[in-house]
Write a protein that binds this ligand. Structure first.
Ligand code: PGA
Length: 252
């Protein structure tokens, strides 16, 4: 088993209240207990309503709390119901998910996601930038062109790439229990890294996570793909047991 840093990032989506602190607390306790084992980073991205509460309540915090989206405007403005990266940072968010397919389905396009990335980077948030093809794209053999256009459409060479983590999430695998074939996933992760380096003329390999129906059973298959730098975990992150079992089984 490699000792390369692996990220385990939970995406709670629209879930949770103050009582859900027990989930975050159990995960944090697990992380403290297993601090010496394996080189891993745990982040839980929660609704905005919980960021500050969890940050304050966590004692001896070694996991990080993240947000799941923001308004593109930098700080404040006449945008009813919206929250900026500046405000999320103030609440204690250290990470932010951007470009998630559930937001893309609601109309977020590459250029808008780019503005959100710029605002988030200004706040020194770590950006988890989601990309992925739909089942229609896949059936037409358009996976790679889609990934290329998503990367080119939202990232720029001048961005601080140290703060950007890519998350490959095939839309058809989110919440469906369908996962890519090992060989396909291996090739896609390799392709994303290669394209990123070529496109931005950099020798630095980006971190690329996999997301989509990750659970404690299929994690073993993913752990054999060493190019994957970690996981973006939706449904299973809403239970401390399921989330911790994923990490335990990954290193088993
Ligand atoms: P899932 O979601 O693990 O429930 O498939 C992943 C995600 O949406 O990030």
């Amino acid at each position: 088993m490699t000792n390369k840093l692996k990220l385990f990032i939970g995406n709670w989506k629209m879930f949770g209240d103050f009582g859900s602190f027990k989930i975050v607390n159990s995960i944090n306790k697990f992380a403290i207990k297993n601090k010496k084992f394996n080189n891993k980073k745990i982040v839980i991205c929660v609704p905005n309503t919980l960021i500050h509460f969890f940050k304050k309540k966590l004692k001896k915090k070694i996991i990080s709390i993240g947000a799941q989206n923001c308004h593109e405007n930098e700080k404040y403005g006449p945008f009813t119901g919206s929250v900026s990266a500046f405000m999320l940072k103030k609440m204690g968010a250290e990470y932010i998910i951007l470009g998630h397919s559930e937001n893309r389905q609601e109309g977020e396009v590459n250029s808008l996601i780019k503005k959100k990335i710029i605002s988030s980077l200004k706040q020194k948030l770590n950006v988890i930038f989601c990309i992925g093809e739909t089942s229609k794209d896949k059936s037409k053999g358009r996976t790679f062109p889609i990934l290329r256009s998503q990367i080119k459409g939202s990232l720029e060479k001048k961005f601080n790439m140290n703060k950007i983590i890519l998350a490959y999430e095939p839309v058809w695998s989110i919440g469906t229990n369908k996962i890519p074939k090992k060989n396909d996933l291996e090739n896609t992760i390799k392709y994303i890294k290669k394209f990123f380096k070529k496109n931005f003329k950099t020798t630095k390999t980006p971190k690329v996570l996999y997301g989509g129906s990750v659970n404690s059973k299929n994690i073993k298959l993913f752990s054999s793909i060493t190019d994957i730098d970690g996981f973006l975990i939706g449904g299973a992150s809403q239970s401390s047991k399921k989330f911790i079992d994923i990490i335990k089984n990954y290193y088993k």
